[in-house]
Design a protein around this ligand. Sequence first.
Ligand SMILES: [Zn+2]
Ligand SMILES: [Zn+2]
Length: 208
Amino acid sequence: MAKLSSDIDSLNSLKACLGRFPPPAPPVRPLEMGNIGTIGSPCPNPGNPGNPGNPGNPGNPGNPGSLGHPELCRRPCVYLVKGGCCRLGVSCNFCHHAHLALDSKLDQKQRRTLQKMTTCQMLAVFLPHFQNRAHQMGLLRQATPFICKLEEEMRSYGTQEKNIAEDRHIRRFHAALSRMSLATLAKHMLEPLSEEANQAFEALRENV
Ligand SMILES: [Zn+2]
Ligand SMILES: [Zn+2]
């Protein structure tokens, strides 16, 4: 009889212990709209941008868009910015970390200036800013292979004119670049560049 009651006691304590764990996650459902795949994971903590898609590891959302945060990640996920949760979870291509500082953007006039630059001039203007920023962020060692790849692309233009006449407008252009994140600088530089250069940037994102 004593044995039976001790067995019941241990069963009860096991039940109490199991009761402390959350119930199993609901099954994965297809998205109701669009044809963009299935849900990576349910939204475990709506409104908490730090833990939207990977409940097993709150510090790391584990989705491709968050790689390299805060300097090298993608734009913030709009679902999380709006205070909700992202149903794409670990497959989302936007950043799932909180972004406190707004990234610098080019205004309309500056975008026109950029359009008028040759690829060679654009690289000559952007690369020193990328290098400085990588240095400031303590990422210069990891960023060096990517910087070398872009310098190689710049050399492929041979003796093409690199310099742009310095005026007040160009100085403001430089000031905007000096406030940009590495990801935004890279986005502008990579647009006209080779697939290889784009792959070198993806390798950098995975290495930080
Ligand atoms: Zn981010
Ligand atoms: Zn998302």
